[in-house]
Design a protein around this ligand. Structure first.
Ligand SMILES: [Zn+2]
Length: 292
């Protein structure tokens, strides 16, 4: 475990420039977009920005953002953006490089965050980027985006909704028969820490790893001996590993969504950060035998 602190640099000074730069051309054809690396940042910007602001999510629906490769059109969008919202620390290295090669405005939402260490798919120690799955920490990101967009009141309203969601999680997970959650990749470390759960991930901080047959047997043994009832899988990556481990251990599977992106189906049925997090809470309560 290690952590680092970096202050948001130049954020306040930049706010005035953004507000002034957008004011004259709002809604006009030449208006520049806010470009976001992946869903939670795009959702926050859409909720906070002045109505009519174009927000472009670089991660396509149904894709997961870890190590996303940018298309030439994405790179042009980054070049032309009024503001780029992203997570650094190697979460999306292609986007980090594109951001470094330009001098217009960007905000790394992991800068200044106290981050835990963990292992990536090659066993290297890397920082855990999944802060948005803790509603409190996501609220802090929302407030930072609000400052950057010159929309602090809208950001405070959204952060308030997140604080209510946090209260629902705290109440909902207060009294449970079990506290261990077996997840697909290690996306739920901050959520688990916030609500006193223990994450047992089948994969590392990034979802690409393919464990060996021996690895699967070990994982199944771990599930069997720990007394958990459920192996969680995700909507954006193959459920095969979770299904294999659950079958060998004789337990159920269920979705626990790390909100790295929405699928087309989720978008068309009106799902968003809040609805998915409430589904996650219900799934956790069922798997952990919580008093509701
Ligand atoms: Zn992830």
């Amino acid at each position: 475990m290690f952590s680092r602190i970096i202050l948001f640099s130049g954020m306040l000074a930049a706010t005035a420039a953004f507000t002034a730069g957008c004011g004259g051309s709002a809604g006009s054809k030449g208006e520049k977009a806010v470009v976001a690396g992946f869903y939670p940042l795009a959702f926050a910007a859409e909720q906070i920005a002045v109505a009519g602001t174009a927000v472009r999510n670089l991660t396509p629906a149904g894709a997961e953002p870890h190590d996303l490769e940018l298309t030439p059109a994405d790179v042009r969008a980054v070049d032309d953006a009024a503001l780029v919202l992203y997570l650094g620390e190697g979460f999306m290295p292609g986007l980090e490089t594109a951001v470094e090669q330009r001098d217009n405005r960007s905000l790394d939402l992991l800068a200044g965050e106290d981050l835990n260490g963990g292992k990536d798919e090659d066993g290297e120690v890397v920082l855990d980027p999944h802060v948005w799955l803790d509603p409190n920490r996501y609220a802090a990101m929302v407030r930072a985006i609000g400052v950057e967009l010159g929309q602090t009141e809208a950001a405070v309203r959204l952060a308030g909704k997140l604080e209510r969601l946090d209260a629902e999680f705290r109440r909902g997970l207060a009294t449970c028969k079990r506290r261990q959650i077996v997840t697909s990749h290690a996306a739920f470390g901050y959520l688990a820490a916030r609500y006193g759960l223990e994450q047992v991930p089948l994969e590392g901080l990034s979802p690409e790893a393919e464990p060996s047959a021996r690895g699967i047997a070990d994982l199944a043994d771990l599930v069997k001996t720990s007394g958990v009832t459920t192996v969680f899988f995700e909507t954006l990556v193959s459920p095969k590993l979770a299904e294999t481990v659950a079958r060998e251990a004789g337990v159920e599977t269920a979705v626990l969504n790390p909100l790295e992106g929405l699928t087309d189906d989720e978008i068309s049925s009106g799902e968003d950060y809040f609805s998915v997090m409430r589904s996650n809470l219900a799934a956790l309560q069922k798997a952990l035998g919580c008093r509701t």
